[in-house]
Design a protein around this ligand. Structure first.
Ligand code: NAD
Ligand code: SER
Length: 323
């Protein structure tokens, strides 16, 4: 990787992948794009940034030529809960955005990273230790776009030799940029609520298990897979990556080890609950470990300690608010 383009760079994952890539490769070598420019001013001002719709192939192609881009991180997407409210828009952004990125990667000989998700699985997938290669019949529109995306990326690799690579991220937990409308957003909100009011009203049932990952591990996964020796990759789109699996009740119990009077109550969102119920409880990630050395650093205990410490410090500096 020498010159990198990030599409959808201001979101939860993009903002932190962009920060790390700029530290590694230099500000001027990491070109950021997004459809918005009203958040993350430091990133926007810290190097090249352009407002571009991910479906605008002409503009993106011009940027790839201008900055001599060799690697693209395609992160623009509509996440699961938001997608369910507007399936046509989700299909348009997720599929036509990806197709645009694939065509540019083919024409300009770029490597392409695209994340898939635990959302690419469905109710007929084995729920525990979900294997790398298994049944994928998702019931959410988000999941449908993720499976189609995995297949498209593999197709471009086999047919055109485009260097496409991806991981199936679980729910990502972070403290820099808020999550963008997913079913797993509760697992981030709970830490802010714990510090602000010692109480959280959760939109999923307390015994709903889902895979999760702390952002530093998610950023490592994206960069590590793009730097992996291609001769070692038997899979490409997309690798299961796992770090921890927990329920809201368990997460609340870990928060109580820091904030003993923390309480959790439940007001179930039926759409989000149905999506969560259709996803695996926990993934098996042997292929990622063997083919490119994937190994997470954080578990629920260490992530909880770090989230509460980091948000708490920010809260003190800001005089009592966390955001
Ligand atoms: P996000 O919603 O936080 O960020 C997406 C970014 O894309 C936003 O900055 C948004 O402005 C931008 N965007 C939306 N529509 C666009 C368009 N038409 N053109 C250009 N930019 C557009 O999402 P995220 O959490 O950063 O997710 C990034 C990728 O990772 C997505 O493919 C998502 O499906 C995948 N993923 C995320 C998670 C998670 O928990 N965050 C888990 C699994 C997979
Ligand atoms: N966290 C994401 C979502 O809930 C999973 O892809 O949509």
């Amino acid at each position: 990787m020498k010159n990198i383009l990030i599409i959808g760079s201001l979101g939860q994952l993009g903002s932190e992948i962009a920060t790390r890539l700029r530290q590694l490769y230099g500000d001027s070598h990491v070109v950021l794009t997004d459809i918005r420019n009203d958040v993350n001013t430091d990133l926007i001002q810290g190097g090249p940034f352009h407002v571009v719709d991910c479906r605008d192939g002409e503009r993106l192609s011009e940027l790839v030529s201008r900055y001599k881009i060799d690697t693209i991180y395609h992160l623009a997407a509509i996440l699961s809960a938001t997608a369910e409210k507007n399936p046509l828009k989700a299909w348009d952004v997720n599929m036509n955005g990806l197709m645009t990125a694939l065509e540019i990667a083919r024409e300009h000989h770029c490597a392409l990273f695209t994340p898939s998700s635990i959302g690419a699985f469905g109710p007929t997938t084995p729920k525990k230790f979900t294997p790398q290669d298994t049944v994928q019949r998702p019931t959410s529109i988000y999941g449908v776009t993720k499976v189609a995306g995995e297949l498209l990326c593999d197709y471009y690799h086999h047919k055109y030799d485009v260097d496409t690579r991806g991981v199936r991220y679980p729910g990502i937990i972070s403290n820099m940029t808020p999550p963008g409308g997913g079913t797993t957003d509760y697992a981030v909100e709970i830490y802010y609520a714990a510090l602000e009011s010692h109480h959280y009203e959760c939109f999923l049932q307390g015994d709903t298990y889902l895979d999760m990952m702390y952002m530093p591990d998610a950023v490592n996964a994206a960069i590590q897979i793009m730097e992996a020796d291609p001769r070692m990759l038997r899979h490409r789109n997309a690798f299961n990556v796992a770090a921890m699996s927990f329920s809201p009740e368990e997460q609340a119990a870990y928060i109580r080890t820091h904030i003993p009077d923390f309480t959790i109550s439940y007001r179930i969102d039926p759409v989000k609950q149905a999506i969560a119920d259709s996803w695996p409880d926990s993934l098996e990630d042997y292929a990622a470990r063997v083919e490119w050395g994937w190994k997470p650093s954080y578990d629920l205990a260490s992530m909880t300690a770090d989230m509460l410490k980091t948000i708490g410090q920010r809260m003190q500096k800001q005089g009592g608010t966390t955001r």
